[in-house]
Design a protein around this ligand. Structure first.
Ligand SMILES: [Zn+2]
Ligand SMILES: [Zn+2]
Length: 240
C-alpha cells in the first residue's frame, strides 16, 4: 500500500477516527476511497487496519489513539459509532480543528485544558455535532463551531487530571479493588440506579434515555457532570 501524497501529522490526543477524515480531506478524497476497512470486534482486523493506516499516512500512532478500544470498555458515547456523534470544546477547536479522542468518552463532561463544559450540538441549528464537523470546524449549517458559547466549570468539581485521566475516588476499598476503568463503570452504574430507580430527581425519562443512562450518558451535560460528582462523593465514604 503506497503512502498518500499529503500526510498531516497526527496529534497525540487525536482520535484515529478523526484523523482518517483529516487524512482524506488533505488528499481531496472521501474516507471510503482510502481502502481502509474499519475494524469490528476482531483484534486481527484492528491490527490490520492500523497497519494499513500507518502505511498510508506514515504516522506513528498506537492503540491509545483508537476510539474503538475505548468502545470495548464501554466508555464511549453511545452513538459515536453509528452516527459519529461527538462532544467538543469550542476553545480547543479555535486553536486547531481536529478531533480529540477524549471528546467521545462519556465521562468527559468538560475540557481539561480550558475547564469549560463540552458542547454536543450546534448553537445555531441544534444539530448534533459529528467527528467530521469538528475536523471541518464548521457545522453543516456553516456555523463556525469555535464560536459556540462556553461555560466554565466550578474548578472544585473537576474529576479529571490535566492529562484527562480519571482521578480515583479516595476510598481505601475502591482504590484497592477497582481499576480506574472499573471505578468509572461503578460510578456510571450507581448514577443509573439513582436516576432511574429512585425519586432523587423527578426526571421524566423515556425508554431510550433510560437505556443510554446505563452507558453513563445523559444528554444534559451539566447535570451529568453534577451527578458524576455526587456519586463520587457517595462512594468516597464506602466502608473499607
Ligand atoms: Zn478546550
Ligand atoms: Zn448548525
Amino acid at each position: 500500500m503506497k503512502p498518500l501524497l499529503n500526510r498531516p501529522q497526527i496529534y497525540t490526543d487525536e482520535s484515529v477516527e478523526g484523523y482518517m477524515y483529516r487524512l482524506a480531506q488533505a488528499n481531496h478524497r472521501e474516507v471510503s476511497e482510502l481502502e481502509l476497512k474499519y475494524p469490528t470486534l476482531n483484534s486481527e482486523e484492528r491490527d490490520q487496519f492500523l497497519v494499513n493506516l500507518i502505511n498510508l499516512s506514515r504516522q506513528n500512532f498506537s492503540d491509545a489513539n483508537l476510539l474503538y478500544n475505548y468502545r470495548i470498555n464501554r466508555l464511549t458515547l453511545p452513538q459515536w459509532k453509528e452516527n459519529l456523534y461527538t462532544r467538543f470544546c469550542p476553545k480547543c477547536l479555535d486553536k486547531s480543528a481536529y478531533h480529540r479522542i477524549m471528546w467521545c468518552l462519556t465521562h468527559h463532561t468538560y475540557c481539561v485544558t480550558h475547564l469549560v463544559y463540552l458542547v454536543d450540538c450546534c448553537p445555531r441549528c441544534d444539530t448534533k455535532t459529528t467527528i467530521i464537523d469538528t475536523v471541518k470546524g464548521v457545522c453543516r449549517c456553516e456555523y463556525r463551531l469555535s464560536l459556540s458559547n462556553t461555560e466554565s466549570i466550578d474548578i472544585e468539581s473537576g474529576f479529571l487530571t490535566n492529562e484527562g485521566e480519571f482521578k480515583l475516588v479516595q476510598s481505601p476499598f475502591l482504590m484497592l479493588k477497582l481499576t480506574p476503568t472499573e471505578q468509572i463503570k461503578a460510578i456510571q452504574r450507581l448514577l443509573y440506579c439513582l436516576l432511574t430507580k429512585t425519586s432523587l430527581e423527578k426526571l421524566e425519562l423515556s425508554r431510550k434515555e433510560i437505556d443510554l443512562l446505563a452507558y453513563g450518558y445523559y444528554s444534559d451535560i451539566k447535570m451529568l457532570h453534577f451527578y458524576l460528582n455526587f456519586v463520587r462523593d457517595l462512594l468516597k465514604d464506602w466502608p473499607s
